[in-house]
Design a protein around this ligand. Structure first.
Ligand code: ARG
Length: 460
């Protein structure tokens, strides 16, 4: 089939199933703009080193410009017979400008071309994702600032542990996101090198200038080794690693949002616009958005494993296996973009039910550790203090009273060291304020931490 761009050595047409089986155009056409950018840079470089004349370059530029239009306005005709985005565009170029179109591929292979396209496409996605991540971080930090004094129960084992500021809890979320942000930017750094010029695997005999194409495409520099250039997909794996961890964090947050919106916790309210109802139970308001984010974490984790498995047995250099990198990568990008958008819109709109949070903290003996610390200050060894307070809590469980509701006489029955000043220690506010050190939940610390967190995001 000599209508194929590579048809010269073939004597029979490709089996029609094989044609469909090996084609990638249905999913790689989303890199069309990047493919054209790469071709423009390559052609300009070929002209600069004297491989193409300026007239030829001008023709190529105008042809690619028209193709760019056709793709943008939807009139471009994609064909599975032309296998992938690269050959669809190249063959349209030749249709439009004639023989000069056939010169574009001089000193280039689809192997370095596709490696370049994916990097450009992912880089654009990373920049968008970084901006969305910043928006989510700023929304989280903003809500934390509003709730530096809002008391909620902190949990271990999902059992009430000690009171914390709701703002402190939100800043813990931001710490996860801040690390994710660092990983994303780190991935971008390693991604941002140009494989263009590696050609099929060994380089090319033309006097190409890889620095020129690297610079005009915004890469920091050309990649070092031609074999590695066409076979490396580490950047896609790193990105999926970032994504799996980000989604793991969003999933943990989702889990908390789902719990907190339940009638049993009743800590927060999500605005109606982020929830849906039930077709049978009229009373239902379901937190579908966080549930779905939690669910989508599974597919992103799966994509990371897909890519790792795709790469694990590939000999150098390019193998057709690599065509399988795109769907997991693209779906990871799309899922991350959607989940971040949902969270960045939703988090600042969370309404805290401060009265319920407070009541839950009060009911759960959350200041028991404060009472133990109080006894230590009165001279008891910590283990003994722990025992005394444990007895007081047992009495509270049996009698339905929390520690602050017991009379001084009752408390003194557990330890004669307890005085009138104990009641300050048993307040929720006192408990928070007492943890007044870097990383602690005292409202002043929460406000300072929010300020530092905001400065980090805004400095980027
Ligand atoms: N569609 C191919 C891919 O996604 C492009 C590179 C094809 N190269 C080749 N030698 N068959 O990887």
């Amino acid at each position: 089939d000599t209508s194929k761009l590579w048809g010269g050595r073939f004597t029979e047409a490709t089996d029609s199933f094989v044609q469909r089986f090996t084609a990638s155009v249905n999913f790689d056409q989303r890199m069309a703009q990047e493919d054209i950018e790469g071709s423009l840079a390559h052609a300009a470089m070929l002209c600069q080193v004297g491989v193409l004349s300026s007239e030829e370059l001008a023709q190529i530029e105008s042809g690619l410009g028209q193709i760019r239009e056709e793709i943008a306005n939807g009139s471009f005709e994609w064909s599975v017979e032309l296998e992938d985005v690269h050959m669809n565009i190249e063959s349209r170029l030749t249709q439009l400008i004639g023989v000069t179109g056939k010169k574009l591929h001089t000193g280039r292979s689809r192997n370095d071309q596709v490696a370049t396209d994916i990097r450009l496409h992912l880089r654009k996605a990373i920049d968008h994702i970084a901006a969305e991540l910043s928006r989510l971080q700023l929304g989280t930090i903003g809500l934390a600032e509003q709730h530096a004094d809002t008391v909620m129960p902190g949990f271990t084992h999902l059992q009430t542990a000690q009171p914390v500021a709701f703002g402190h809890h939100l800043l813990a979320w931001n710490e996860m996101l801040e690390r994710d942000h660092g990983r994303l930017l780190d991935c971008r750094k390693r991604l941002n090198q140009s494989p263009l010029g590696a050609a099929a695997l060994a380089g090319t005999t033309y006097p190409i200038q890889r620095e020129l194409t690297a610079a005009s495409l915004g890469f920091d520099k050309p990649t070092e080794n031609s074999l590695d250039s066409v076979s490396d997909r580490d950047f896609a794996i790193e990105f999926c690693g970032f994504a799996a961890l980000l989604l793991t964090h969003l999933s943990r947050m989702s889990e908390e949002l789902v719990l907190w919106t339940s009638a049993q916790f009743n800590f927060i309210e999500l605005p109606d616009r982020f929830c849906t109802g039930s077709s049978i139970m009229p009373q239902k308001k379901n937190p579908d958005v966080p549930e779905l984010v939690r669910g989508k974490t599974g597919r992103v984790n799966g994509h990371l494993i897909s890519l790792l498995t795709l790469m694990k047995s590939q000999p150098l250099a390019y193998n057709k296996d690599n065509q399988e990198d795109k769907e997991p990568l693209f779906d990871t990008i799309d899922t991350v973009v959607d989940c971040l958008r949902a969270f960045a819109d939703m988090v600042p709109a969370i309404r805290a039910r401060e009265d319920h949070m407070r009541e839950a903290a009060r009911r759960g003996f959350s200041t028991a550790t404060d009472l133990a610390d109080y006894l230590v200050r009165k001279g008891l060894p910590f283990r003994d203090a722990h025992e005394v307070v444990g007895k007081a809590v047992a009495h509270g469980v049996a009698s339905g009273l929390d520690l602050a509701e017991m009379s001084l006489e009752t408390l003194q029955g557990f330890s004669a060291d307890i005085g009138e000043d104990v009641f300050e220690v048993l307040t929720l506010e006192g408990s928070l304020a007492a943890r007044d050190h870097l990383g602690g939940t005292a409202p002043a610390q929460v406000r300072a931490a929010a300020e530092r967190a905001r400065a980090l995001v805004e400095a980027r």
